[in-house]
Design a binder for this molecule. Structure first.
Ligand code: PMP
Length: 406
């Protein structure tokens, strides 16, 4: 398989679920702005003024992209992980969190200081809704938060976000959507879905690394102490007569954005949001679904391949597909795809250990770790292979992948 055509290396990066290549449009926007960036909210100079304006415009663009409602805040963070940890840090005292054990660790783990109800892996979307309904019914009144993924980073399957939201709200609970894998593939609107918060990462949404978003209701954000204490978050700081310090914190998104903001990160996310909105999700979804069908048909031709699925073969999914190959060590398989065919996929447990172990026929509490030694041929796999793609994936990359697996 030629990796070099006309002098150009054509490595097939099929690991969009980890990080998607930034769109050319985003690189162009960032390159045009790069010579002019300055510190945000911190300077009288022209570059600082320009950067402050672009930073706040970027916030407005993201709010638009996410269909924010009146009063919603958009906080720029480092990533989805950072966004969910921020929300975990502002939970009202005594909040109980409900989370499926199938979640990515970024959604599963930040709630350490809260009371957490872990829900077992559902085998249908309806079972997920019923299981949440039961857990909420049995729980005591008080602040409650449901955290759920929009699309699985393991199976690509879509979760019943509307139904889960309706269930949560009927019981007076709130819901945060981990849209890390959903937002790059489907429109995500706070107003339409009704979720209370959305979290996503720029580097999966075709922007470069370093920035993410938490958007949604402002009350819990404003009622809590800042996530980080420091400049930018504080409006007024004064020494008290008793020797201490009084601080008045901002009540805007700046409250949780202490320190010099990542203006290039915010600007690149906004650029990606604009590019996706202009391209329109209809055509993106149509093309991506054609690639999903092609990959699944290609994998189905190989009897040794087993595709991992929680909700069954017909469940709607984004361009994220995990599988194991009988008789193959998944890590060796992924390494061979890279070394011999120039295809980059991911192997392992995908930061969703309980889910992947369950899908591989084990139990969610089975010991094991990322990068653990693989099973010998004939034994049950302990690791899987994940191929993922999206906007801008060339057909040739997908064809190369299918041919290589075959
Ligand atoms: N949630 C899901 C569903 C993910 O797939 C990921 C990244 N793999 C994250 C959260 C965490 O994203 P980040 O690493 O950008 O914080």
């Amino acid at each position: 398989m030629p990796l070099v055509t006309g002098g150009e290396v054509t490595y097939a990066a099929l690991d969009y679920a980890a990080s998607a290549p930034a769109l050319q449009r985003v690189w162009d926007d960032v390159a045009a702005y790069a010579p002019y960036y300055g510190s945000v909210h911190r300077g009288a100079g022209y570059l600082s003024q320009l950067s402050t304006e672009l930073f706040e415009q970027s916030r407005a663009t993201v709010a638009d992209f996410l269909g924010c409602r009146e009063g919603d805040q958009v906080v720029f963070t480092r990533s989805t992980t950072d966004s969910l940890n921020l929300l975990a840090a502002v939970l009202p005292r005594g909040t109980r969190v409900f989370v499926f054990e199938t979640e990515h660790h970024a959604s599963l783990l930040p709630w350490r200081d809260a009371e957490v109800t872990y829900l077992s892996a559902p085998r249908t979307p309806a079972e997920a809704v019923a299981s949440l309904e039961r857990a909420l019914e049995e729980s005591e009144q008080g602040p409650r938060l449901v955290c759920v993924t929009g699309a699985s980073n393991v199976t690509g399957e879509l979760w019943p976000v509307r139904e889960l939201t309706e269930t949560a709200h009927r019981h007076g609970a709130r819901i945060v959507l981990d849209a890390a894998q959903l937002a790059p593939h489907h429109p995500v609107s706070l107003a339409e879905l009704g979720v209370d918060w959305v979290a996503f990462s720029g580097h999966k949404l075709y922007a470069p690394f370093g920035s993410g978003v938490l958007a949604g209701r402002s009350d819990w954000l404003v009622d809590a102490e800042p996530y980080l204490a420091g400049g930018g978050a504080s409006r007024k700081v004064s020494r008290r007569e008793d020797g201490g310090v009084d601080v008045e914190w901002h009540t805007s998104a700046a409250r949780h954005e202490a320190g010099s903001p990542n203006v290039i990160g915010a600007y690149s996310i906004a650029s990606a949001c604009r590019a996706l909105a202009e391209a329109g999700f209809d055509s993106l979804v149509e093309r991506e679904q054609a690639l999903v069908a092609r990959v699944r048909a290609g994998l189905a031709e190989v009897p040794q391949v087993r595709v991992l699925s929680l909700f069954g073969d017909d469940a709607p999914r984004v361009g994220v597909i995990s599988f194991v190959v009988e008789g193959w060590n998944s890590s060796h398989f992924a390494a061979a795809l890279s070394a011999e065919y120039g295809i980059g996929v991911r192997d392992g447990l995908f930061c969703a250990h309980p889910l992947v172990r369950t899908l591989l026929g084990g139990t969610p509490d089975e010991p094991g770790e990322c990068g653990a030694p693989e099973a010998e041929p004939g034994e049950r796999s302990l690791n899987a292979i994940r191929v993922s793609f999206g906007a801008g994936t060339p057909d040739e990359h997908v064809e190369r992948f299918v041919a290589a697996v075959r």
